[in-house]
Design a protein around this ligand. Structure first.
Ligand SMILES: *Cc1c(COP(=O)(O)O)cnc(C)c1O
Length: 367
């Protein structure tokens, strides 16, 4: 048998440590996972209350067109239903975009580090991946534009960027869209859109009217707290959506995910409450970092990338032994950092104490 050559050089996605795994390994009862930017406040009570009803008729295939959730999201965003494509998480929309536009001989441009699935899927399609290093956590947009040539098909922009949390302001994104040639699809990944509170935030949906080569990705996995159900979507021009549709699996979002997404979207109070709580706890973390003299990137998401005087792996191991799972920056391509998802207030106070304890030990030479 012969697989694609590129797959020999690739490794499967390495997920954050699983809670059960850590419990066993360290003999701990209580583990707090702050590694994958999930919502620590769970998901809407409406979904919880309705869940028993959602398991009816599971012998029937889901609605492949996702008509009900499509209608709901279209109304919510004030776009046409034909401007939407749903995926088994926005991860799958990334895959569909790559399947549709990329092939050997083509290239695609993205920041580094950014969300790894752009690169991963592009490589599988045989495209050349052009990675442009972040500058102080920011996309180097001018260099990204400079890398475009006649073989470029897709330009990936992640705002706020994972793993740095930095967002791109309105003017910068407008400039990119004005300068980007028509033959390039601009993917704007807004997985953390609901957390974005900056006044200079880009109005991506308004931009769709002006730029038919733009697609915006959003998800129910992060602020909506439905990561376990797998549903996300893309919004674009009808032409782009029509182009993508043949590359989508016919029943790619489940009946339960579609129904839960509708209920979750109806509960904007939950989004408001939990994103505000996130903001308060993030502010407290930032004050803690300032107090400790640790640098960090300004984050508009539900996580912060913190610079450490030690390796990210060392801090990761320490926190793991205390029952906290975080992401080490070494694994993300940013040495001497950790990426910390903003958790519940009590957990944030406890993890800050553990970080402080570790840094004090390091400073005293004790290790
Ligand atoms: C989490 C994340 C996604 C993927 O979310 P899904 O669960 O697949 O919807 C996409 N982009 C970024 C930047 C993310 O952080």
């Amino acid at each position: 048998m012969k697989a694609k050559d590129i797959l020999k050089e690739m490794t499967p996605y390495k997920p954050g440590k699983q809670i059960e795994e850590v419990k066993k390994e360290y003999g701990l009862n209580h583990i707090v996972k702050l590694a994958s930017n999930e919502n620590p406040h769970g998901f809407s009570d409406r979904v919880k209350e309705e869940l028993p009803k959602l398991i009816a008729n599971l012998e029937i295939y889901p609605d492949g067109y996702a008509a009900a959730v499509r209608q709901k999201v279209a109304d919510f965003l004030h776009v046409d239903q034909e401007q939407l494509i749903f995926g088994n998480g926005s991860d799958e929309v990334v895959q569909i975009i790559c399947r549709t536009f990329l092939e050997p001989g083509s290239n695609t441009i993205m920041a580094a580090p950014t969300f790894p699935q752009y690169r991963h899927n592009a490589l599988i399609e045989g495209a050349e991946v052009r990675e442009v290093p972040l500058q102080e956590g920011h996309h180097d947009l001018n260099e990204m534009l400079a890398q475009i040539d006649e073989f470029t098909r897709v330009l990936w922009i992640c705002t706020p960027n994972n793993p740095t949390g930095v967002h791109i302001d309105h003017q910068s994104l407008t400039d990119v869209l004005n300068q980007c040639p028509d033959h390039v699809l601009v993917v704007l990944d807004e997985a953390y859109y609901e957390y974005l509170k900056a006044e200079d935030a880009f109005d991506s949906l308004a931009a769709l009217e002006k730029y038919p080569n733009l697609i915006v990705l959003r998800t129910f996995s992060k602020a909506y707290g439905l990561a376990g159900l797998r549903i996300g979507y893309g919004v674009s021009s009808k032409e782009i959506i029509q182009t993508l549709e043949p590359a989508r699996e016919p029943f790619n979002t489940s009946t339960i995910a579609q129904a839960a997404a509708i209920l979750a979207l109806e509960d904007q109070e939950f989004i408001k409450k939990t994103t505000e709580e996130n903001l308060r706890n993030k502010q407290a973390l930032i004050e803690f970092c300032d107090y400790q003299g640790m640098d960090y990137y300004p984050s508009e998401a539900n996580f912060v990338l913190i610079h450490l005087p030690i390796s990210g792996d060392e801090m990761f191991e320490h926190l793991l032994s205390k029952g906290f799972i975080v992401r080490s920056g070494e694994a993300l391509g940013l040495p001497n950092t950790i990426r910390l998802t903003i958790g519940k207030k009590d957990d944030m106070i406890r993890i800050q104490d553990e970080i402080k304890g570790k840094l004090a030990k390091v400073a005293s030479g004790e290790q």
